[in-house]
Ligand binder design. Structure first.
Ligand SMILES: [Zn+2]
Length: 527
């Protein structure tokens, strides 16, 4: 794909592009005129006035206008050799020409997502909802730029099974874009609400109420992983950012702990009362910004006649580090996956005789069930502090062929299990996966796992430095940061990376790479 310029500003990078009050408390409208070469198309986080004609040397000129006030972090621009397809009267997908049909198919449900969100909240305020599918080095799952969501091509599974990321970005049209966190310490109001809406939307689309808890169980596992990795100050719902970069605190915590707070409130007051509260909240704070204090005051006032609310333990939810109290999720959809995982753990423990393997045919399982099964295996291995045996991994390859999956979420989880099991035969699959896409959700844990393994420690470093120019600067920076953290934690791993990082040519090229594309620092919302 020819993409010559890509700008995205969350959390505090708009100041690299234009003079502005670069904090979410300030909202602005904008108009833009963009001149590009005649082969290129410009798109922005605004409504397009279409191409207005040609300029000198045949360049094309585009005009845009965003009339709904937005915080600076939602300013976005991309220019490239782009094609598009309309998928509803208000939705269009954009991508490089060769991929546009696949993108249109994968995200064809977006109108359903918007309609479901409108039923839950308010009418859509941004007129158009377009989606731009970016090159594979885009480091995030998606970014909710108004009128123009950015997404990673790792969502193109061919069966619409990963489109929940688009439901997430669409939900941001209300939580985040319309009602915005006033400072980055209150980021959970953007992301916790968005996860909550995303799960409500997907539950409606699936037509099965049990989907809500099923998806929340997966989120709980993500939260556990983040809390295990982060310092206490970043596992509070309202973190102490001080003068630090909000990017440093970025994790699943505002997403999943925030979601669990809202879910706890919904259970406290009852779903039938929480639904109208949701509409009232978005109506009260639309076009403005909100802090946790404003949220709590509005909630308390709305439910002043509900006695249980007076006993609600806000202080623990908002200020205590670590995991919240685990809710009693409905496990009826996840049960079968967890039982299959238990059966494989028994095989791995040698409790089942060789040759008596668990259920072989899960070909009728959807992506959600398969990832739930793999999550349950990962969770058990983490809890028991012991990976699977290579023989178990080999049997699973024969039974399920996860190592050949075209679905990025399935392939990622299986690669994690196999690397941690020290399965050397998985290495070509892992290296191909982490060098053909640069989504940090997949790339960072796999580099970390390789680096901590016996089979892949040196390979992790040599592969990274061979392919560093492929990754977005933020991804390259974060992988290096992960290597360095690993060195500090486990000195014995250190020397090889130290030498690489201390090499002035290598370090220089990383810094130059960062500087060259510094204007386009990317930050995404759904990892
Ligand atoms: Zn988000």
């Amino acid at each position: 794909m020819i993409l010559i310029y890509l700008a995205q500003c969350q959390a505090i990078h708009a100041r690299s592009i234009l003079p502005c009050q670069d904090c979410p408390a300030v909202k602005m409208t904008y108009d833009a005129t963009v001149t590009v070469p005649k082969w290129a198309t410009a798109v922005m986080s605004a409504l397009s006035k279409e191409s207005i004609g040609t300029a000198e040397y045949g360049d094309r000129v585009f005009q845009f206008s965003q009339k709904v006030p937005i915080p600076s972090y939602l300013f976005a621009l991309a220019v490239g050799d782009l094609d598009s397809r309309d998928i509803s009267p208000r939705c269009r997908v954009w991508s490089e020409p060769s991929m546009v049909e696949a993108v249109a198919y994968e995200f064809s449900q977006v109108e359903d997502f918007l309609k479901a969100a409108e039923e839950l909240t308010l009418p859509y305020q941004w007129t158009r909802y377009d989606i731009l599918c970016l090159p594979p080095s885009f480091p995030y799952g998606g970014m909710e730029n108004p009128c123009l969501t950015f997404v990673t091509p790792t969502l193109l599974a061919g069966d619409k099974s990963l489109a929940d990321v688009v439901a997430h970005e669409a939900a941001h049209s209300w939580s985040g874009n319309l009602v915005t966190n006033e400072t980055w310490s209150h980021f959970w109001l953007n992301e916790g609400w968005t996860i909550f809406l995303q799960r409500k939307i997907m539950t409606k689309v699936h037509g099965d109420d049990k989907f809500f808890d099923f998806d929340a169980i997966g989120g709980w596992e993500d939260l556990k992983d983040s809390v295990a990795l982060l310092p206490d100050k970043y596992t509070k719902l309202i973190p102490d950012l001080d003068d630090g970069d909000p990017d440093d605190a970025f994790s699943s915590v505002p997403y999943e702990k925030g979601f669990n707070l809202l879910y706890s409130l919904e259970r406290t007051v009852g779903a039938e009362k929480f639904a109208p509260f949701m509409k009232a909240y978005f109506n009260e704070f639309k076009f403005s910004t909100v802090t946790t204090e404003k949220f709590v005051a509005f909630f308390d006032s709305y439910f002043k006649d509900v006695p249980k609310i007076k006993e609600f333990d806000w202080a623990t939810w908002l200020h205590k580090p670590g995991m919240p109290e685990k809710p009693a999720f409905d496990r009826s959809l996840s049960e079968e996956c967890e039982h299959l995982a238990d059966a494989w753990i028994s095989v791995d423990d040698g409790e089942t005789g060789k040759g008596i393997l668990p259920k072989g045919d899960i070909s009728d399982w959807n992506t959600g069930l398969k990832t739930c099964f793999l999550d349950a295996l990962i969770s058990t291995c983490t809890d028991r502090k012991r990976p699977l045996n290579v023989a178990t991994i080999d049997w699973m390859k024969v039974r399920y062929a996860f190592h050949e999956s075209q679905n990025s979420e399935i392939l990622f989880r299986f690669c994690m299990l196999a690397v941690e099991a020290e399965d050397a035969s998985i290495l070509p699959v892992v290296i191909r996966f982490i060098t053909t896409q640069g989504r940090m959700k997949f790339v960072r844990p796999l580099y970390r796992a390789l680096y901590h393994s016996k089979i892949g420690k040196e390979l992790a470093v040599t592969t990274f430095f061979k392919h560093k120019d492929f990754y977005h600067p933020i991804c390259a920076k974060m992988v290096i940061s992960d290597f360095k953290s690993s060195q500090k934690k486990k000195k014995s791993f250190g020397n090889f990376v130290s030498e690489k990082l201390q090499n002035p040519l290598v370090l220089g090229s990383i810094l130059a790479l960062s500087a060259a594309v510094g204007i386009a620092l990317l930050r995404g919302k759904r990892m």
